[in-house]
Design a protein around this ligand. Structure first.
Ligand code: UDP
Length: 312
């Protein structure tokens, strides 16, 4: 089996490449290195079944040879990144998805879309189940990511229904773990970087907004099961253990002696007030649920970040 993974040098893309290689697949990763980094796949470069090409999937893509699966994971995914790169974010969600679907269709391959809980926007219900249509501001600063992913889902379903393609859509909730960039601007890397540098931890707003953090190994397991399933409609994958951002910052401070204090900063526009996945569908059809708790996941992630910090 041969897979093409777009965004293969990114945080999630590289973990997915690891999993596919471990399952015996041939993997071709495509990445334009905008947010992905070579070091995420450095350990795979000598593997005979792994290759990586520098390519921007927002432009036409072609790949020689047969392909069984195209997995579209390319996109900036941190609010700070997509605010810095609004147009590339829109393009990779829209044109990149179209190109990746086109490649899958040309190769008679299956297709997998990495979608997001951002499709639910600032949700009016909690937890969020897959039938909820969401509450997204199309013209707000997050619209560039949210609407691109919503378009990507619509495009994927159109290819499934019209071209009868075998497609899958995962809605990924907040995920953390080794290979997140320490400077990607998200809550966990920010808090850890700040704690390591002795700077105050910046909680935005009053910190009462919630998120639910899933450890990357659990997420990849859910994704692999969905890849192999015959479900075509979106499936939430995430950890339903919900926590306020203030509590989350406190949890991270506990791992540091003489941890710096918490300070409050302005809440970014349209920042969702709550986010928690309803994972009953994943439990039912994939027999999947997360296994790694926050305590264990944070330990693994902090030890990675401490090493990276030392080297930088
Ligand atoms: N956040 C924070 N301090 C930071 C970075 C983020 O309080 O230094 C908050 C952010 O406003 C949001 C939550 O943490 O409410 C999660 O933000 P993140 O950027 O990790 O991802 P999001 O879930 O918003 O996509």
């Amino acid at each position: 089996m041969r897979a093409v993974v777009t965004g293969g040098a990114g945080f999630l893309g590289s973990h997915l490449c690891d999993r596919l290689i471990a399952e015996g697949w041939d993997v071709l990763a495509l990445d334009n290195q905008v947010t992905g980094v070579d070091s995420n796949v450095a350990h795979l470069l000598k593997h005979p079944k792994f290759r990586i090409l520098r390519a921007d999937v927002s432009n036409y893509i072609d790949v020689p040879g047969p392909v069984d699966y195209v997995l579209h994971f390319a996109s900036p995914a941190s609010p700070v990144d997509y605010l810095k790169m609004p147009i590339p974010t829109l393009k990779v969600g829209a044109l990149g998805t179209h190109n990746a679907l086109g490649l899958a269709r040309a190769k008679n391959a299956k297709f997998f879309l990495a979608s997001t809980s951002e499709c639910y926007g600032d949700p009016e219900i909690s937890p969020q189940h897959e039938e909820y249509w969401g509450h997204v501001n199309p013209i707000g600063p997050r619209g560039v990511y949210d609407e691109a992913k919503r378009y990507a889902e619509a495009m994927t379903m159109a290819y499934h229904r019209f071209h009868k393609m075998d497609t899958h859509i995962v809605r990924i909730f907040n995920t953390y773990g080794p290979r997140m960039r320490l400077n990607d601007g998200r809550a966990l890397p920010n808090f850890v970087f700040q704690a390591l540098s002795g700077m105050p931890l910046t909680v935005y707003g009053d910190g009462k907004q919630t998120r639910s953090f899933c450890y990357v190994a659990d997420l990849i397991e859910g994704i692999y099961r969905l890849m192999m399933s015959d479900e075509h409609l979106p499936v939430n994958i995430g950890n339903p253990q919900e926590i306020t951002i203030f509590e989350f910052a406190e949890r991270i401070r506990k791992y540091f002696e003489n941890a710096p204090p918490i300070i409050f900063k302005q809440l970014p526009q349209d920042d969702p007030k709550q986010r928690c996945p309803d994972i009953s569908k994943a439990k039912r059809i994939l027999k999947w649920e997360p296994k790694v708790g926050l305590e264990e996941g944070l330990k693994l992630t902090l030890s990675y970040f401490k090493d990276v910090f030392k080297k930088e």
